[in-house]
Design a protein around this ligand. Structure first.
Ligand code: SF4
Length: 371
């Protein structure tokens, strides 16, 4: 289920349409309003995951800090029926008491827009909050507080150097972030990015289907390096991130770190019990065991890691199974992404644009965000 507490974000990332749509002064609901919405979901019989679909949950820290104690006491009063996921900016990592309060109130996952480990690209995109302290330390700190990090990454920033995709994969490996959502930069309407690109004459007039910012579309503007290089790096990185052995090893490492963090911050409370969530979840578990533990070549890794998780953190198996299941989605999705990106890359629309030639024109013009 999805519930919203706040809208807007105080930051100024150049590519972001949130701040264009909802502004840079985040507004929130009152704690009472949020709790009354949770009461409705509870009365309707909902239990389990709730996504607080805020643009930046900690955008208005004052109001979040006022709301969380009320949420904690509501959760305690109702025996923690809900587990929360939300989106937040990475400066969450420097606020220990906020992270502790979130974990105590039942927050289990947080999505961070990390975008890239390349500092120059972050600077160019005006994502200044991501360069104030080391990104790896920030991810580790949030994880150590028992919050599972999901992260968004983007390829195609201006001035991006070759190998950006490999550097993202290396970063994900180093931090062991399980769910790394990799996308290609899109200039959304009315953003600072699209306005700059329009001034520079770099927007590509698309035929309608290219205007959605998801993982199956190439850039909708002329990049500063060859479009085909970006596309191939994107596909290679996507494949590396969700290769079944890589993924399984990564989530195991992360689950150990996360479990230790959750023990320290919220005790041994397991909030979700898949076996209480109906036949669909049981069927999913059986499919998972069949595919990953019997049919696929990951079988030995699957059982070895499962045994280790069961012995060390039996009360965290629900999180671990959830992560294992998600790879089934990404394996399927990867083939869709590959076929769609390749079909665009070789489509007449993109070939006619002769983007690799355009790239040298853009480069020689020495374009920069300041222009
Ligand atoms: S932190 Fe996220 S929501 Fe806020 S401006 Fe940047 S991209 Fe947009």
């Amino acid at each position: 289920m999805a519930v919203q507490f706040s809208r807007g974000c105080p930051f100024q990332c150049e590519f972001c349409d949130i701040i264009v749509l909802y502004g840079r002064k985040p507004r929130t609901k009152s704690p009472d309003q949020l709790l009354s919405e949770l009461n409705v979901l509870l009365a309707l019989g909902w239990r389990g995951e709730i996504f607080l679909v805020d643009d930046n949950f900690i955008g208005n820290k004052r109001n979040v800090t006022l709301m969380l104690p009320a949420l904690l006491s509501w959760q305690q009063q109702h025996q923690f029926p809900f587990a929360f996921t939300t989106e937040a900016s990475i400066d969450l990592a420097v606020d220990q008491s906020l992270m502790e309060m979130m974990t105590a109130s039942g927050f289990r996952r947080v999505f961070l827009g990390i975008e890239t480990p390349d500092q120059d690209s972050l600077l160019g995109a005006q994502k200044f909050q991501n360069i104030r302290s080391p990104l790896i330390d920030a991810v580790d700190s949030i994880t150590a507080h028992g919050l599972e990090v999901m992260a968004g990454f983007i390829l195609g920033f201006d001035g991006e150097k070759a190998g950006a995709g490999e550097r993202i994969v290396a970063f994900v490996e180093q931090t062991a972030i399980p769910l790394a959502m990799l996308g290609i930069l899109q200039a959304f309407p009315n953003t600072a990015l699209s306005q700059r690109l329009a001034r520079e004459g770099r927007l590509i007039a698309c035929d309608g289907e290219f205007d959605e910012g998801v993982q199956t579309y190439l850039l909708n503007f002329r990049p500063t390096r060859p479009m085909s290089d970006i596309a191939h790096e994107f596909l290679a990185a996507f494949a590396a991130l969700y290769e079944p052995h890589n993924y399984m090893r990564r989530i195991f490492r992360y689950s150990l770190k996360l479990s230790a963090g959750r023990d320290a911050s919220s005790g041994r409370r397991s909030q979700l019990r898949p076996w209480t969530q109906g036949s669909g979840v049981i069927r999913g578990l059986l499919t998972l065991i069949w595919r990953q533990g019997i049919r696929r070549s990951t079988r030995w890794l699957f059982w070895r890691q499962l045994l280790a998780m069961t012995m060390r953190y039996p009360y965290r198996l629900d999180d671990y199974f959830w992560l294992l299941m998600l790879n089934e989605h990404f394996i399927d999705y990867q083939s869709i992404v590959k076929s769609q990106i390749e079909s665009q890359l070789y489509s007449s629309q993109y070939r006619e644009l002769d983007l690799d030639q355009a790239h040298s024109i853009v480069q020689s013009a020495q374009l920069s965000p300041a222009n």
